[in-house]
Design a protein around this ligand. Structure first.
Ligand code: HGY
Ligand code: MN
Ligand code: MN
Length: 409
C-alpha cells in the first residue's frame, strides 16, 4: 500500500516551519499558510473538494455515492509545538488522504460523504489555549477567547481578521449532530503502552481532562548587588518554589501530571532582581475530580508562597476540558479492523489531549493510536516506523470498507 507516499508526505510537511532548522508551525502563521496549500493540493489529488473555514481549518470533502448520505469525519491537527516532531497531528490528516486515494484507485465508491479535517490549532502554543481549530469547527469558539493575546500582544480576534482578509465572525458548527456518522482520529500514542505490548496500533477508550493557566508573580525589581537577601521580593524564586511544589504533589499522586512549560522573567537582566514572572501551568488527570483537587491545593500553595515572600500572584485560566470517553460503538467498529489487520488489539487511555475532546460534543469519537519509538513526542526525534504506518493505513482502509458495506443500503 502507499506507505512510502505517506512517509514522504510526512517528511515534506515536516519541513514547513516558521523557524530555521526546526519544526514549529503555530496558529495562523506564514508556515500554516504554506502547510494548508501543500496539504490542500494532496487532498485535491485524492479527489477531495478543498476549502478553508473562518478559523483556518483545512477541509477536504468527498460526497457519498448515496444521495443525502451522512458524513464521516476524519482528521487531526496541522499545527505543531515548538521544535516538534513531524507525526503529532499531520499523521492523522495525511493518512486518511492516502487511504481515500487508495480506495479511489481500487474503484471503491463510499456510500457516505467523508470530510478530512486539518485543524488549524490544537496545541495551544501561540495563545496558550488549545483546540481553537476544532472549537471553531464545532461552533464552540467563545467570544472571550478572541481576547486572548500572544507574546507580541496580538489578540486571537485580530489574528483571525488578518488571516481572513480583514473580516471575522464567530463560526457556527460545520455540521448538525444528526448529519454525522462520527469522527475518527489517527494519532501517534505519545506514550509507552503499544511498545510494551509489542503492537503497532491500538484503540483509545478515553482522553484525559486538562486545565491550563497563565500564572503571574509580581514582586519588586531591584539592584542585584546592593539589595540584601532578606529585603528582596524576588518573583522568580517564588515561581520556582511553586513549580517544585507542583512537581512534588504530582509525583505523589498516581495519574496526575503538572507542568510549568513556559516561563518569562521581567525585566530579565543579570544584575536586576526579577520583579515579575509569568509562567504557564498544564494539569492533567483521567479523573476530573482528582485534577480539580490538585488545582485547589495548588491555588492554596501559591497564595501561601506569595504571602510568605511578599509577592502577589494572579491566575488566568486559558483552557479547561473535562475527560472524554470515546464512543464504545464506533471504537468497537474500529477495533474490528485493528484485529483483522493486526490479529489483536489493546485499549488505551490518552494522557495527551486531542481534537477528539472537542469533537465529542458534536459526534461520537474513536481514535486509532500508532506506536511511536520510546513513546517520545513533542520532540524532533518523534518517530513512527514505516511498518507501523503500513498497518495503520491498512486498518483505516479496512475500516472504511466495513463502513461502506454497513451503509451500502
Ligand atoms: O498537549 C497535548 O496533550 C497535545 O499534544 N495537544
Ligand atoms: Mn501535541
Ligand atoms: Mn496531537
Amino acid at each position: 500500500m502507499k506507505t512510502n507516499a505517506l512517509a514522504k508526505m510526512l517528511d515534506e510537511l515536516g519541513r514547513v516551519s516558521d523557524e530555521e532548522g526546526r519544526l514549529t508551525r503555530t496558529f495562523l502563521s506564514p508556515a500554516m499558510r504554506r502547510a494548508n496549500a501543500l496539504v490542500g493540493g494532496w487532498m485535491r489529488e485524492a479527489g477531495l473538494a478543498v476549502r478553508e473555514d473562518a478559523v483556518g481549518n483545512l477541509i477536504g470533502r468527498a460526497e457519498g455515492a448515496k444521495a443525502g448520505a451522512k458524513t464521516l469525519l476524519l482528521g487531526s491537527h496541522l499545527d505543531t509545538v515548538r521544535d516538534a516532531g513531524r507525526f503529532d497531528g499531520p499523521l492523522g490528516v495525511l493518512l486518511p488522504i492516502v487511504a481515500l486515494a487508495e480506495l479511489r484507485r481500487c474503484g471503491v465508491a463510499l456510500p457516505f460523504a467523508v470530510e478530512v479535517v486539518g485543524f488549524s490549532e490544537e496545541e495551544g502554543v501561540r495563545f496558550a489555549s488549545a483546540y481553537l481549530g476544532s472549537e471553531g469547527y464545532t461552533g464552540r469558539l467563545k467570544a472571550k477567547t478572541l481576547a486572548l493575546r500572544d507574546g507580541a500582544g496580538v489578540s486571537v480576534g485580530d489574528a483571525l481578521k488578518a488571516w481572513g482578509g480583514g473580516k471575522f465572525a464567530l463560526p457556527k458548527a460545520a455540521h448538525r449532530r444528526g448529519d454525522l456518522l462520527g469522527y475518527v482520529e489517527v494519532h501517534i500514542e505519545q506514550g509507552p503502552v503499544l511498545e510494551a505490548n509489542r503492537l503497532a496500533v491500538g484503540v483509545v477508550a478515553a482522553i484525559a481532562g486538562q486545565s491550563r493557566f497563565k500564572v503571574t508573580w509580581t514582586g519588586q525589581a531591584g539592584h542585584a548587588g546592593t539589595t540584601p537577601m532578606a529585603l528582596r521580593r524576588d518573583a522568580l524564586t517564588g515561581a520556582a518554589e511553586f513549580a517544585l511544589a507542583v512537581e512534588k504533589r504530582a509525583r505523589a499522586t498516581a495519574g496526575l501530571v503538572g507542568t510549568v512549560g513556559a516561563l518569562a522573567v521581567s525585566p530579565g537582566a543579570a544584575n536586576v532582581i526579577p520583579g515579575q514572572v509569568g509562567h504557564t501551568l498544564d494539569v492533567r488527570h483521567a479523573s476530573d475530580a482528582k485534577r480539580r483537587a490538585a488545582l485547589l491545593e495548588w491555588g492554596n500553595v501559591a497564595a501561601r508562597i506569595a504571602q510568605q515572600r511578599g509577592l502577589s500572584v494572579v491566575w488566568q485560566r486559558t483552557q479547561d476540558n473535562g475527560a472524554v470517553d470515546c464512543s464504545p460503538e464506533l471504537t468497537a467498529q474500529l477495533e474490528c479492523s485493528v484485529k483483522a489487520v493486526q490479529g489483536r488489539s489493546v485499549s488505551l487511555v490518552s494522557g495527551a489531549g486531542h481534537d477528539g475532546v472537542v469533537m465529542s460534543a458534536l459526534t461520537p469519537v474513536a481514535m486509532l493510536f500508532v506506536r511511536c519509538r520510546g513513546g517520545l513526542s513533542h520532540h524532533p526525534d518523534e518517530y513512527a516506523a514505516a511498518a507501523d504506518l503500513e498497518i495503520a493505513l491498512r486498518v483505516m482502509v479496512d475500516f472504511l470498507r466495513r463502513m461502506a458495506h454497513q451503509h451500502a443500503s
